[in-house]
Ligand binder design. Structure first.
Ligand code: LLP
Length: 421
C-alpha cells in the first residue's frame, strides 16, 4: 500500500499532483511520501509488538536527511554501514543508542567515530575486525557493545548479487565456528558481547529462508548462554521483499514476518532488532521522468526518456523490474504498445525495460517509475556528467525539495586543474 494514486486524472503523491512538482523542479526527480514511510515503519513495530524491539532503518536504501528525520521522529533506530551514514543518522537527530553499525570493512577511524559519538552496538563480521575494535575501544578507555554476525548458510533464494547468508559469501562468520569466536570476544578487553546478528539477503519473497536462519540463531542463543554469554539482543537483519510488479504475487507482509519472528525466537526473552530498508522506503518513492523522444526503430520502438541508468541503476545492475506508468491517467487507459524504455546514456545497458507495453505517450509526457524509493537515489551517480537527480518529500498537500539538483557550475567547481598544468 502506498500513497501514489491517480486523483483528478493525474498521479499524485498524497495530495500533491506530481505534475506540479515537475513544473517547479524539472525532471527527472525522486519523490517520497511521508505517509507511506510512516505506515511502513509502523507496520513493523506493530508486527513485532509486544516483544521488546527496535526497528533500525537500513540507511543504505535511502539516506536523505529529511527521510531519516521523518523516521527518527517516529522512534526508529538506524542501521549504518559507514562513517557517512553514521553522521547522517546523527545529523537527523538519531541518538547513538539507537544506531547499529554493520558492514564487513569498518575501519578503525569509523570505530573511533562511533565509539566517541555514541553507538548501540557494532555488528562484528570477522575476527580481525573484532580484534581491531577491541584495540580501538580499549585505547579509548571505552567498552564497545557487540553482536557477531553469523552466516547461517541458508539460501535466501534471491538475486545472487544481494544474497548474503550462504557459505562462500563475504559476510559474517560461519555459524559452526560461532562458539569459539564468542569465547575470544568475551576474553578481549574493550568489548562487551550483547547479542547475535544475522542478515541473509535482500528482496526475499518467502519466509522460509528467514525461518531457517532464525531457528539456527535460536539454537545458537541457547548454546552461547550455556557457555556463559549474556545474549540479550538478537539483530535479525533486513531483507523482506516488496512487490515490484503489480501483477506479481506479493511477498509476505510484515505482519506474517512478525508472527514468524515470534514463533522462532520470541520465547528467548531477547530484545529484537531488525534492519529493514527496502520495505520501508521502496514503495514510498517514485522516480518521475519525461519522454524526450519517441523513436521508431527498425524492429522496435523506443521511448527515450530523461532519466538514465545513473539515476536508477537497478534495471541495468540486477535486471530489476520497475512498473512504469504515465502521470496522466487518460494516457494510462489508452491503447498500449510495446516500447524499449531507455535513457540517454551512451551504452546499451542504459535500458529500463524491453518490449514493455506502454500507452503510446508523446514527447514531453511525464512517466513515473514505481517502487524506486529504495536503492534509487542512493545509488545514483553523475556518469556522463549528468547532475545528480534531486529529491522531493511530500507530506499531505505540501512538498519540499530535500536535495536540490546541483548546477553545472557546482559540478565543475569540484574538480581542480593543478597549477602546473
Ligand atoms: N542489513 C544489512 C546488514 C544489509 O546488508 C542490508 C542490505 C539491509 C539490512 C537492508 O536490506 P533490505 O531490507 O533493504 O532488503 N542495491 C540492492 C540491494 C542491496 C542490499 C544490501 N544490503 C538492490 O537495489 O536491490
Amino acid at each position: 500500500m502506498d500513497h501514489f494514486l491517480y486523483k483528478n486524472g493525474v498521479l499524485h503523491a498524497e495530495d500533491v499532483a506530481l505534475s506540479d512538482i515537475g513544473a517547479q523542479v524539472g525532471t527527472p526527480f525522486y519523490c517520497y511520501s511521508t505517509a507511506t514511510l510512516t505506515r511502513h515503519y509502523q507496520l513493523f513495530t506493530e508486527a513485532l509488538s509486544p516483544l521488546p524491539h527496535l526497528v533500525c532503518f537500513a540507511i543504505k536504501s535511502l539516506s536523505n536527511l529529511a527521510v531519516l528525520k521523518t523516521l527518527a521522529d517516529l522512534g526508529a533506530g538506524m542501521d549504518v554501514v559507514s562513517a557517512g551514514e553514521y553522521l547522517r543518522a546523527k545529523a537527523a537527530g538519531v541518538p547513538g543508542e539507537r544506531i547499529v553499525f554493520s558492514g564487513v570493512g569498518k575501519t578503525r577511524e569509523e570505530m573511533h567515530l562511533a565509539l566517541t559519538g555514541g553507538i548501540r552496538q557494532f555488528n562484528v563480521e570477522s575476527e580481525p575486525e573484532m580484534r581491531a575494535l577491541s584495540q580501538v575501544a580499549h585505547g579509548l578507555g571505552l567498552i564497545a557493545p557487540i553482536t557477531i554476525r553469523v552466516n547461517p548458510d541458508v539460501d535466501a533464494k534471491t538475486h545472487e548479487k544481494i544474497s548474503t547468508g550462504k557459505k562462500g559469501d563475504k559476510f559474517g562468520i560461519p555459524i559452526s565456528r560461532a562458539r569459539e569466536v564468542y569465547a575470544e570476544a568475551a576474553a578481549l578487553p574493550g568489548l562487551e558481547v550483547v547479542g547475535i546478528d544475522v542478515h541473509i539477503g535482500s528482496q526475499l519473497t518467502a519466509l522460509e529462508p528467514f525461518e531457517a536462519a532464525y531457528l539456527k540463531v535460536a539454537e545458537l542463543t541457547r548454546a552461547l548462554r550455556a557457555d556463559g554469554h549474556n545474549i540479550r539482543r538478537l539483530d535479525l537483519g533486513g531483507g523482506l521483499g516488496i512487490p515490484y510488479a503489480r501483477d506479481n504475487s506479493a511477498p509476505p507482509l510484515p505482519m506474517d514476518y512478525g508472527a514468524m519472528v515470534k514463533r522462532t525466537v520470541g520465547d528467548l526473552g531477547c530484545e529484537i532488532e531488525i534492519e529493514p530498508g527496502r520495505l520501508i522506503s521502496g514503495n514510498a518513492g517514485i522516480l518521475v521522468s519525461s519522454v524526450i523522444y519517441v523513436k521508431e526503430g527498425e524492429d522496435r520502438d523506443f521511448l527515450i526518456i530523461d532519466a538514465a541508468m545513473n539515476d536508477l541503476i537497478r534495471p541495468a545492475m540486477y535486471g530489476a523490474h520497475h512498473d512504469i506508468i504515465p502521470l496522466n491517467e487518460a494516457e494510462a487507459g489508452a491503447e498500449q504498445r510495446a516500447f524499449d524504455i531507455v535513457g540517454p546514456i551512451c551504452e546499451s545497458g542504459d535500458t529500463f525495460a524491453k518490449g514493455r507495453n506502454m500507452p503510446a505517450v508523446t514527447e514531453g509526457a511525464l512517466i513515473a517509475f514505481r517502487s524506486a524509493g529504495a536503492y534509487g537515489a542512493v545509488m545514483a551517480s553523475e556518469y556522463n556528467s549528468r547532475p545528480l537527480v534531486p529529491e522531493v518529500l511530500v507530506r499531505g498537500d505540501h512538498f519540499a525539495v530535500i536535495r536540490a539538483r546541483p548546477t553545472f557550475d557546482e559540478m565543475l567547481s569540484r574538480d581542480t586543474i593543478p597549477e602546473w598544468l
